[in-house]
Design a protein around this ligand. Structure first.
Ligand code: HEC
Length: 179
């Protein structure tokens, strides 16, 4: 008799389970919830709604040039230097200073390297020698690199053009270190 009771109890539990499962299935069938394909609020939308905080006269970002030097176009750099810099600078060995100093051998030389040129304190005060990334920063925005510099030149915003000019400066700098 005791066995019967156990069986009954077992059957009760089992059928309760089956009923429970069935209601679940039926419930799912009746109330089929459509999942929206896209969530109503997208992260991208939120970002677009955010006001952009960039100040009006944001400086162009400084991207490194060293990785570009191996494939930079020295000829194009020379042409750019003739167009953008030659009104103030000479580039030949022993060339004379003009509005700006002679730039022969500039990569690897100390800041303010040209004898007899009256540099500003802003430039002369920089201790380390000219290398690729400080030249990069200088040519992007001279007045940001050396606030108060007398070089009246806005800068070259295009990174690959800067790389070409710097590759040209390297080509006229016998003591330039390897990038
Ligand atoms: C309007 C004239 C002018 C133009 C254009 C100009 N520069 Fe200069 N540059 C100067 C002057 C002036 C200085 C000295 C700045 C100082 O003493 O603060 C100078 C300094 C420099 C120096 C530092 C030299 C040293 O001995 O440390 C470099 C490098 C240089 N210029 C590169 C260039 C390049 C490259 C261009 C063209 C992309 C260019 N400059 C365009 C006038 C000019």
């Amino acid at each position: 008799m005791a066995n019967m009771e156990v069986n009954k109890a077992f059957a009760a539990v089992l059928s309760a389970g089956i009923v429970f499962m069935m209601t679940g299935l039926v419930g799912q069938g009746l109330v089929h919830v459509e999942r929206p394909k896209e969530s109503a609020i997208q992260i991208g939308d939120l970002a677009a709604v955010q006001p952009t905080q960039a100040p009006a006269a944001a400086a162009p970002a400084l991207e490194p040039v060293t990785p570009l030097l191996a494939s930079a176009n020295v000829q194009n750099g020379q042409a750019l230097a003739q167009r953008l810099c030659a009104s103030c600078h000479s580039f030949n060995e022993g060339g004379r200073n003009g509005v700006g100093p002679n730039l022969y051998g500039i990569i690897g030389a100390p800041h303010g390297k040209a004898d007899g040129f009256g540099y500003s304190a802003a430039l002369k005060g920089k201790g380390e020698p000219w290398a690729y990334e400080n030249m990069n920063a200088w040519l992007l925005k001279p007045n940001t690199y050396a606030p108060g510099t007398r070089m009246a030149f806005a800068g070259i915003g295009n990174t690959s053009q800067r790389a070409d000019v710097i590759a040209y400066l390297k080509s006229i700098s016998p003591k330039a270190p390897e990038p």
